[in-house]
Design a protein around this ligand. Structure first.
Ligand SMILES: [Zn+2]
Length: 119
């Protein structure tokens, strides 16, 4: 009885190691959309990887990244490596753009209001 139990335990151990092999056979594939959103998906090894995938954040078609390079139909093209500083800078410029837009709207409203006063 105890021998059978040991055999079962050994069996479950080998199953666990099988699972580990299955996991390592998966690969994380990175994608990057035109707006700079990056995400990665797990694909089984050996499958044909898609060149584009719909961005999960803005629904644009994101291109596949290979070692930091965009993959296109012909091969891979270089993209400038983005540092954390650059990403922060981009985010800030986005905020500045929004602020600029708001200021423009305010001054437009002011100008319109002034025009109404002088007319
Ligand atoms: Zn996106």
């Amino acid at each position: 009885m105890s021998e059978t139990m040991r055999g079962m335990r050994l069996g479950s151990q080998s199953l666990e190691s099988d699972k580990g092999v299955e996991l390592s056979a998966r690969q994380l594939v990175e994608f990057k959309c035109p707006k700079g959103h990056e995400f990665s998906l797990a694909f089984a090894e050996g499958v044909e990887l898609p060149l584009v995938w719909q961005c999960q954040r803005c629904q644009a078609s994101a291109r596949r990244l290979e070692q930091g390079m965009l993959v296109n139909g012909e091969g891979i093209e270089e993209v400038a490596p983005r540092t954390h500083y650059e990403m922060v800078k981009e985010r800030r410029s986005e905020q500045e753009l929004e602020q600029l837009l708001e200021e423009m709207l305010v001054s437009m409203r002011k100008r319109r209001a002034q025009g109404q006063v002088s007319a």
